[in-house]
Design a binder for this molecule. Structure first.
Ligand code: G3I
Length: 335
């Protein structure tokens, strides 16, 4: 009996000192963060990222507009800075995103290209970008946010290309046979018309032999308690197709007071939601990553978009761990 007690104590002590990255790695789950390369020269940003996260994904640097500003010009350096940081700190590198209706370079649609011209542009872009990072990026968000809330296909600049989603996945596979290829979307975590349409889309792609490996569930959410049964049912039907699911852009926004600070009760509610997300992911061996959309509240996109809310991440503006961080560690086994 005594040995077991000591072992438990040693184990708990070990877990209590482990970072979120270490705890999650022990459960084969990557903990990621969206990264702005311009912040990597800020010591606290770089230290927190390297210590607590095992995956890095450029928040914007690999999007079409930033990386391919002119048809004959690519801007590799910002994304390469994230790739270099990931390599130097033994982190996985995730790519975001090849095909999206936002942040497209103006030249793509200038002159009203024909569907054939668009398809050629799409092919050139994917071959160049996926090819450039082949062997570094382990997983791509190939197509991002192609479905509307009601489940209908989103009208995008790429829509004139017949079957553009399947073509994009095939182009990505041809450029890097090893990278995992994801469809990524938001507001489709539980079972609803949008997630039904995403399920139908990826099931059809699989049945047609289109190379797709997983679905990214963004999880841009509030601190309202989650319907974890509905989320688990959605994860189950996707993983039952043989796909991975990854939580790709997690942030849990809470109200801010006039000085821009969150309330203690809201931070506790946020922590409960982060714990729900982690525990739900852990139910599925094919839920392989939980990625927050940023490292620190200091640089989160949320306050600029959802006015009056923010403080959505695991670390506050001064890089202090928040109750949400401890909730995630507890979900991964820390005492
Ligand atoms: O880099 C330019 C800068 O040169 C220019 O001076 C400045 C003012 O125009 O804009 C800068 O680009 C901004 C970019 O973020 C980098 O800061 C874009 O305007 C701005 O639209 C862009 O916002 C990003 C947004 O996607 C659109 O790409 C957010 O940071 C980013 O957090 C957000 O992330 C998306 C995911 O990619 C997809 N899922 C939803 C998520 C939230 O919208």
């Amino acid at each position: 009996m005594r040995k077991t007690w000591i072992l438990a104590l040693v184990c708990a002590a070990g877990l209590s000192g482990q970072s979120l990255r270490q705890l999650a790695e022990a459960r084969s789950v990557k903990i990621g963060a969206a990264v702005n390369p311009m912040r990597l020269n800020e010591p606290a940003y770089a230290e927190t990222l390297a210590r607590e996260f095992s995956q890095a994904e450029p928040e914007n640097a690999m999007k079409f507009g930033p990386i391919h500003p002119a048809r004959d010009r690519y801007n590799w350096a910002p994304a390469e800075a994230v790739a270099n940081f990931a390599r130097e700190h033994n982190m996985a590198l995730r790519g975001h995103t090849l095909v999206w209706h936002q942040q497209l370079a103006p030249w793509v649609t200038a002159g009203a290209p024909s569907p054939a011209d668009l398809e050629k542009i799409l092919g050139e872009h994917i071959a160049a970008v996926v090819g450039h990072f082949a062997g570094q990026v382990y997983a791509w968000d190939v197509v991002n946010e192609a479905i509307e809330k009601d489940g209908s296909p989103r009208k995008s600049p790429w829509s004139p290309v017949p079957d553009y989603i399947a073509k994009a996945f095939r182009m990505a596979r041809a450029a890097d046979p090893k990278a995992k290829l994801f469809y990524n979307d938001y507001d489709a975590e539980g079972i609803d018309a949008k997630s039904d349409a995403i399920y139908a889309l990826v099931k059809d792609l699989k049945q047609r032999g289109v190379p797709i490996d997983g679905v990214g569930m963004q999880f841009h959410i509030t601190a309202k308690p989650l319907d974890t049964e509905s989320i688990a049912a959605n994860m189950k039907r996707l993983t039952d197709l043989g796909l991975e699911v990854q939580i790709t852009e997690l942030d849990v926004r809470v109200p801010l007071d006039s000085s821009g600070r969150p309330g203690a009760a809201d931070l506790e509610a946020q922590a409960r939601v982060y714990g729900q997300v982690a525990r739900t992911c852990l139910k599925f061996p094919r839920c392989t990553a939980i990625q927050t959309w940023g490292v620190t509240d200091k640089y989160s996109w949320v306050p600029g978009y959802f006015k009056g809310t923010g403080a959505a991440l695991l670390f506050d503006r001064e890089y202090n761990p928040k109750p949400a961080y401890e909730a995630m560690r507890a979900a991964f086994g820390a005492r």
